[in-house]
Design a binder for this molecule. Structure first.
Ligand code: FEO
Ligand code: CA
Ligand code: CA
Length: 640
């Protein structure tokens, strides 16, 4: 989600030490000595930590011509490629008997929106039904822009508008197939599904039924209405979809003086949305436990439209970007996640049990229906010598020791996961520059994480630079990577940076970065394709001014993770961000999402086409987030 830096959630006032404070004086001086001097030190493989190597070669070749920065209201791809919109906001998902057409004046009702694609597509994953010809797309619908969602935006406000906004959130599942004319949505489809802010979801794991999860509407603390702020996506080896609840705090209003718990989670009287005016569930004065029911990783079985999605509380509560799964040598699941807020943390969960095979009448998804409810949650500490440690978020009653005890405000294991931020503060985790997506290199097992930016770093009394987050006023972001010691379940790791983003033509040293190839800022989406290319979707300042002026609109770049070479592959329309990146198994079709084209139009709905009218260019329409299908005209593998 694009965010105005001035309103970025910023609630970590914990006093846990930064690694800067723990680093040796010589290195600290080096890092303070100016970025130009320190870059070599930051990027050089640290002792005992080789850079990833994909065997004897130099990594996967990037076989396309670089695309120049573009400010056009269009999707630009290299020669020999096509980019075609598919299933934009408002198109019917394909539920039999309920397929209302999109109204370009935004006149669809809340009930119609509840069976149409939601707004602002973010993460997405492809699930094969017939190999690379037919499958499902699960799509996150992250947030709404009320100035585009209703004909008159927020110039009037009522319950119907709240309900339409809620119906435009959540997750969509659509069936798609490749026809002679290209990829299209299958309508109707028995798989077609919408999950919205009003859909009942189950709660699994240590917070299920917890006192802090109980509300007037749900005295058992086992069922939540809805999922919101669904940001990045991941897929599990057992065929399910993982969706992160990210900026959920913005939906709630609190008392003028919020509780300490609310403050730590960024909940205040002010709210970005106006749901509480007509839906009291989002008013924490009336319903203080309702926010505890958001901020989880949601697991969905896209193959079973009757299945109930589950909030997996064992993975911890956060402003979750998303979640990504690796598998240990003995077959357990390791789930990496982070939270996209300044000075927050990176987590991993190691399942107690092994992944079960399908069989005995159960699909793999059904056989692993509770796998993510039992295991150990850790938070990351990045040390200045290039090593790192996973700190277990285990309640003292289980570990027999440690600070996560009743005396420190954690009554039981459920309270540890609900208050994962406070627990991580106590353990001394490293405060990061907004962790967004993670990806695991299929060739090397290195884990990559985008740290999109943190302009508050080192300013106004906020935490200073450290080795993992080495730039003050970090407007550009970086990509960090690590290799676990022994196995994905290891409790120590070695880390370095793949790159620091930026534009080498900038006058401010901290904004130059060290990219080998095409410049970019705001790394957000990352995903590996089958050849081991790391694809990077960007989300820099939508207006594209100042230090971003030479970068054009947000883009998708390809990176050879062995050589570090970066090449711009696709540029999106005006004021969008590029997110979600997935492929058919043959690698010959790429799906990605263009999110919030034309963002920043007035909230009163008066000028929906002020900045963009992509992809329809309907003179009476409005810009729409959309999935985009990328193909090669010769049918070859994307990027090869
Ligand atoms: Fe929804 Fe952090 O992007
Ligand atoms: Ca972002
Ligand atoms: Ca993102």
């Amino acid at each position: 989600m694009a965010k105005d830096f001035s309103t970025m959630e910023d609630s970590n006032r914990s006093s846990n030490p930064s690694i800067h404070d723990m680093s040796d004086p010589a290195r600290r001086t080096l890092l303070r000595g100016g970025l130009g001097l320190s870059l070599g030190a930051v990027l050089a493989p640290v002792a005992g930590c080789a850079s990833p190597s994909a065997g004897s070669g130099g990594g996967p070749a990037l076989g396309f011509a670089s695309v120049a920065p573009s400010a056009a209201d269009a999707v630009v791809v290299p020669p020999g490629y096509t980019a075609t919109p598919l299933a934009p906001w408002g198109e019917p998902v394909g539920i039999a008997g309920a397929m209302p057409a999109f109204r370009f004046d935004a006149g669809n009702s809340a009930a119609e929106q509840a069976v149409q694609m939601g707004m602002h597509h973010d993460g997405l994953e492809y699930y094969a039904l017939d190999g690379s010809r037919r499958g499902l797309l699960a799509v996150n619908q992250e947030y709404t822009d009320e100035g585009l969602l209703h004909p008159d935006g927020q110039s009037t406000w009522n319950l119907d508008k709240v309900r339409k906004s809620q119906a435009a959130h959540g997750i969509s599942v659509i069936e798609i197939e490749q026809r002679r004319t290209g990829w299209d949505v299958v309508r109707p489809s028995r798989y077609a599904r919408r999950i919205t802010a009003l859909t009942p979801l189950a709660i699994g794991g240590p917070a299920a039924g917890h006192t802090m999860m109980k509300t007037a509407a749900d005295p058992a603390g086992l069922t939540v209405l809805g999922t919101i702020a669904n940001c990045a996506s991941g897929r599990t080896p057992w065929g399910t979809y993982l969706s992160g609840e990210e900026n959920w705090a913005n939906y709630f209003t609190a008392a003028d003086v919020p509780t300490a718990h609310e403050r730590r989670w960024g909940i205040h009287r002010a709210t970005w949305y106006r749901w509480p005016e007509f839906d009291e569930r989002f008013d924490t004065v009336r319903h203080p436990n309702e926010p505890n029911r958001f901020g989880w990783i949601v697991e969905v079985d896209p193959m079973d439209p009757a299945s109930t999605p589950v909030k997996r509380t064992a993975l911890g509560r956060a402003a979750h970007e998303g979640a990504w799964v690796a598998v240990t040598k003995d077959g357990r699941a390791v789930v990496y996640s982070g939270e996209d807020a300044v000075f927050e943390y990176i987590y991993k969960f190691v399942s107690r049990d092994r992944i079960a095979p399908a069989g005995q009448g159960k699909t793999a998804a059904q056989a692993n229906a509770t796998l993510l409810d039992h295991g150990t949650l850790y938070v990351a500490r990045f040390d200045a010598d290039g090593s790192g440690r996973w700190l277990p978020l285990v309640h003292a009653s289980v570990s027999g020791a440690g600070p996560l005890s009743a005396a420190n405000g954690f009554a039981d294991p459920g309270e540890v996961v609900i208050k994962a931020r406070q627990a991580s503060d106590l353990l001394g985790a490293t405060k990061m520059d907004r962790p967004e997506w993670l990806a695991i290199d299929p060739n090397t097992g290195w884990v990559y994480c985008t740290l999109t930016n943190n302009s508050a770093r080192g300013t106004g009394g906020r935490p200073g630079v450290d080795a993992a987050n080495p730039r003050a006023n970090n407007t550009m972001g970086q990509i960090i990577r690590w290799q676990e010691q022994g196995d994905f379940s290891g409790e120590t790791f070695q880390w370095n940076h793949l790159l620091l983003a930026g534009d080498r033509a900038n006058t401010r040293a901290e904004a130059r970065g060290n990219i080998r190839g095409d410049v970019f800022a705001g790394p957000d989406t990352i995903a590996f394709d089958g050849r081991g290319v790391l694809w990077i979707g960007t989300d820099h300042s939508a207006s594209g001014e100042g230090e971003f002026a030479r970068m054009g609109n947000n883009a998708l770049l390809a990176c050879n993770p062995v050589s570090g070479e970066v090449r711009r592959f696709l540029v999106g329309p005006v004021r969008c961000e590029i997110t979600g990146c997935t492929w058919t198994p043959d690698g010959r079709t790429m799906f990605l999402n263009v999110q919030h084209p034309g963002s920043g139009a007035p909230r009163n709905g008066s000028q929906p086409r002020r900045f963009s009218n992509w992809p329809d260019f309907n003179p009476a329409g409005r810009p729409r987030s959309s999935t985009v299908v990328v193909r090669r005209t010769d049918g070859g593998v994307i990027g090869a």
